[in-house]
Design a protein around this ligand. Structure first.
Ligand SMILES: *Cc1c(COP(=O)(O)O)cnc(C)c1O
Length: 471
């Protein structure tokens, strides 16, 4: 592609992007293609000769777009939002154009030093302890893997990275039955095995029971198993439960175990001083992860890991083969020593654009809005005889069940809820997902898209009632 053609096509693409975002509400939220629909429109092999941009872009619109689920749709209430914002998108365009590998200070000093400053800005914004060092990771899953590795390194006095697990004692990780699957995945990748992940029971609010945690640690110690890491949730994925961080931190400290707090979704809400009371004890954790790519208007991927003692993780992960010897880097760390991959995208740039563009107060206002909408919706659900509020409002997440009239068998109510979610998502006007709590189906409603206003929430709720046959 010649430079002048690049310029022309870039204008075409940005015009398309602006229009896409302006008119996104007119689209259905979840794609309605059937499995294989996209694949069958794609040639079996790569073309031998280059094709014109116009043809490629037309196929993007005709073939690819129908198979997209629109995550930036303001009536997207499924999973947790992976929200973006215009300043973040603009920064990503610049990042893509420069396409730098930001693995060492020398491979882009600005990337290292901006990452340094952005993680400090976020530390202040979230009210996190002063000494914690941040690094930007691709995902919370990788960050949690890093925390588990740090825990193993500490628990074994460095044997974990020197000799591996073979021949040593078994190591165990402790988390709650509500925790995200990435805790078990990280434990498996670190070599601990699923048999050594203890899923501690939860209370009526789905939060970890500290007494059960203490007992599990004691049982393992008795059996010669070494506790390596506790992973507590600040906003678990199912229903947003918040583990009692204070009591858990006390147990971790007393037992000398690394405590990691997974705040992938809810962590962003700590920019609100009124939310911080829910995270009492977080200051005693050894590491913490949250995803600006979920609820801080910075598009995927952008996950920030804070470590109280980065040296332990760096000991486990750092290697300097001859081909990576580089110039001295001043104060900024070599972030590759704190991440799994060597190559690193320049993710700090989009954070810089977003934080400056909205300002702290602009960000707080958005998240406060989402939380307020959720509280208002919870009142409507509670007042509705055809529905039962099961959980929340917890920040911007609530869980509810449809109660079809005259049905009392819980399994039958489950089926009605499963069917309702399927009908809602096939309909396309809004998008919700479900989870299970106490063995029963619960519909989740998460409010967090950048441009969601109350009217979108009200429209989404009206669709739920209409398709339940009560609207
Ligand atoms: C979304 C989520 C994760 C996984 O986040 P990724 O960045 O996609 O790896 C982990 N933990 C919790 C609590 C989450 O909500």
């Amino acid at each position: 592609m010649k430079p002048e053609d690049f310029r022309t096509h870039a204008h075409t693409v940005t015009d398309w992007m602006a229009e896409y975002l302006e008119t996104i509400e007119t689209r259905r939220v979840r794609s309605d293609v059937k499995p294989g629909d996209i694949l069958k429109q794609l040639p079996e092999a790569c073309p031998e000769t280059g094709e014109a941009f116009e043809a490629i872009f037309r196929d993007f619109q005709d073939i690819i777009l129908p198979g997209m689920t629109h995550w930036q749709h303001p009536r997207f209430f499924a999973y947790f939002n992976a929200n973006a914002s215009p300043p973040s998108v603009l920064a990503e365009m610049l990042t893509a154009a420069m396409a730098a590998q930001c693995m060492l200070w020398e491979t882009s000093p600005s990337a290292a030093e901006l990452e340094d400053r952005m993680t400090v800005w976020l530390r202040h914004l979230l009210g996190l302890p002063g000494g914690w060092m941040g690094s930007i990771q691709d995902s919370a899953s990788t960050a949690t893997l890093c925390a588990i590795i740090a825990g193993c390194e500490r628990a074994t006095g460095g044997r974990f990275s020197d000799e591996g697990l073979a021949g040593g004692p078994r190591l165990a990780v402790y988390t709650s039955s509500e925790a995200h699957s990435s805790v078990e995945k990280g434990s498996r990748i670190a070599g601990l095995g699923r048999a050594n992940v203890r899923k501690i029971g939860v209370d009526a609010d789905f939060a970890m029971d500290p007494q059960a945690l203490r007992a599990a640690i004691a049982r393992d110690r008795e059996a010669g198993i070494v506790p390596a890491c506790i992973v507590a949730s600040f906003g678990a994925t199912g229903l947003g439960s918040i583990d009692p961080l204070g009591p858990i931190a006390a147990i971790a400290r007393e037992a000398g175990i690394h405590l990691h707090v997974d705040g992938a979704w809810a962590g962003s809400a700590l920019i609100l001083p009124e939310v911080r009371a829910l995270a009492g004890g977080l200051e005693h954790a050894d590491s913490f992860v949250f995803n600006p790519h979920k609820w801080l208007f910075t598009n995927f991927d952008c996950s920030v890991l804070y470590l109280k003692d980065p040296k332990t993780l760096a000991r486990a992960l750092s290697l300097t083969p001859a081909y990576l010897e580089s110039v001295p880097m001043g104060e900024s760390p070599n972030y590759r020593d704190l991440t799994v991959s060597l190559g690193r995208r320049f993710r700090a740039l989009k954070l810089w654009f977003v934080l400056r563009s909205y300002g702290a107060e602009g960000l707080r206002e958005k998240i406060r809005g989402h939380i307020a909408f959720t509280g208002k919706l919870a009142q409507m659900v509670e007042a509705d005889p055809d529905f039962e509020l099961v959980s929340g409002p917890r920040l911007a997440l609530l869980g509810f069940r449809f109660l079809p009239q005259g049905v009392s068998d819980p399994a039958e109510i489950d089926r009605a809820n499963d069917d309702l979610v399927a009908r809602i998502n096939d309909d396309g006007r809004t998008y919700l997902t479900k989870t299970r709590a106490n063995g029963r189906t619960v519909i989740r409603f998460v409010i967090g898209q950048t441009h969601t206003e109350w009217r979108h929430v009200a429209e989404g709720w009206a669709v739920v009632r209409e398709l339940a046959g009560v609207g």
